[in-house]
Design a protein around this ligand. Sequence first.
Ligand code: AMP
Ligand code: MN
Ligand code: MN
Ligand code: MN
Length: 276
Amino acid sequence: MRIDLHTHTTASDGKLEPIELCQRAASRGVEFLSITDHDTCAAYRELGTEVRVPVQLIPGIEFSSYWQNTGIHILGLNIELQSEALNRAIDYQQKARAARAEQIAVRLEAHGIENSLAAVRKIAGNTYIGRPHFAQHLVNIGKVKNINAAFRKFLGPGKPGDIRRNWAPMPQVIDWIRQAGGTAVLAHPAKYGLTWTKTGALLDAFCNAGGHGMEVISGQQQAELTERLARLSLDKGLLASSGSDFHQPTEGWREVGRATELPSDCRPVWEQWNLE
Ligand code: AMP
Ligand code: MN
Ligand code: MN
Ligand code: MN
């Protein structure tokens, strides 16, 4: 079974329209796809019911959150899109995102980057504004050479544009996902710049707050990392998830459908969903 439980579209910071993503996934042999845009389920609304979608969709979302001083991402998988709790949650996070964009712009001013918000709004093209849009602006005005440098100098962990506490805290996000009947999965645990000891503590807190699983596979990754994450999921009694984190066709290491297989001793999140 080919399954990809972590992808993005133009509804957040991805480059393909929802239908284009579904077509690309299908052509690459994906049977079950979760579109997990940042803090929004708008892609599912766009796809509607009348379009013939060439894959089986598992409704999902990637919530922004934080734990202690670290910004984290939590996937809500197999959620009920009609859930009132979910829609209240999305509303909360969208307001947080809009407020954060204003705060980032103010902080950038202190670094001689003026009036970024208007330019960023233009780049974003809709109401969703993310740090990648700020990164693009910084490249456009020649402040940095590329997107990566924009994150390294201005937007990444510990930098002026890294504002975490606007988001709902981890227990709140897990609670929203549970209320929407979904499976709460800690996204890419190895990508928060934490030591393994700290990562273990994060996973303990995630379990205690009612989280169900963690991503053991995020795109293409080294066998050693897969081993380590698989062992952690077993130690903590967490289900294992797998996804590409696809954003755009130019990034081969996280192409849709291109995820290393889960080790056989893991308990896949989808086992409890009765997929056919
Ligand atoms: P936001 O949801 O607005 O906080 O933006 C976070 C997004 O920025 C992530 O989901 C990634 O898509 C992107 N991102 C984070 N770090 C980097 C980086 N170093 N280079 C490029 N994109 C990044
Ligand atoms: Mn992203
Ligand atoms: Mn993420
Ligand atoms: Mn993602």
